[in-house]
Design a protein around this ligand. Structure first.
Ligand SMILES: [Fe+2]
Length: 183
């Protein structure tokens, strides 16, 4: 993942980054930071024109991540993700807190638990509509995300780390059987 473009040339990004910096610089714990960042992203959610027309179009080969900003001290990163119909992540968890806002379309999320280490249980799902913002802090953040709709989805992700140094926000991918919840 490389840093694409500049904070100054992407509409709304400089304003957003300024707000994120103030929230993260409060040095609260992860859960509180995710809540503070959720408020900022909700207030300052940019439009899809944050991305160029070419970036907004996505890629038939898979969902595309665009790293838009990394804070100088590595405190947070801002990544836009473009999902064409049906494009899906692996089942994974994260190295840090994360806040996601949907700029266009719908982002469908399934949540999993890994109770004994040898299988997964699906514990929840949500369809995050355009304009919605939600955040979380590990643990309990095993999920899979996809675009279930015909329209291309664009979402904006803020992570509490420098993702350019570790390549992505993923801590671990889970290639385990999914079993029904036992009574
Ligand atoms: Fe994720």
């Amino acid at each position: 993942m490389s840093l694409n473009g500049s904070v100054m040339t992407r509409p709304g990004l400089a304003h957003l980054v300024e707000g994120l910096r103030a929230a993260v610089d409060r040095h609260a714990d992860w859960e509180r930071t995710a809540a503070l960042v959720t408020d900022v992203l909700r207030d300052r959610l940019p439009g899809p024109d944050l991305l160029t027309a070419e970036e907004q179009a996505g890629d038939p080969g898979g969902y595309q991540s665009h790293l838009l900003h990394v804070e100088q001290d590595g405190g947070f990163s801002v990544v836009a993700v473009v999902w064409r119909t049906g494009q899906v992540t692996t089942i994974h968890d994260h190295v840090s807190w994360c806040v996601v806002g949907v700029l266009r379309g719908v982002e469908h999320e399934e949540l999993f638990a890994c109770p004994t280490g040898d299988h997964l249980v699906r514990v929840g799902e949500s369809a995050n509509a355009e304009g919605s913002v939600s955040g979380f802090a590990p643990p309990g953040d095993i999920h899979r995300v996809h675009n279930p709709a015909e329209q291309t989805t664009i979402s904006l992700h803020v992570y509490g780390t420098d993702v350019s140094r570790i390549g992505s926000s993923v801590r671990r991918e889970y290639h385990l059987p999914i079993r029904p919840v036992e009574d």
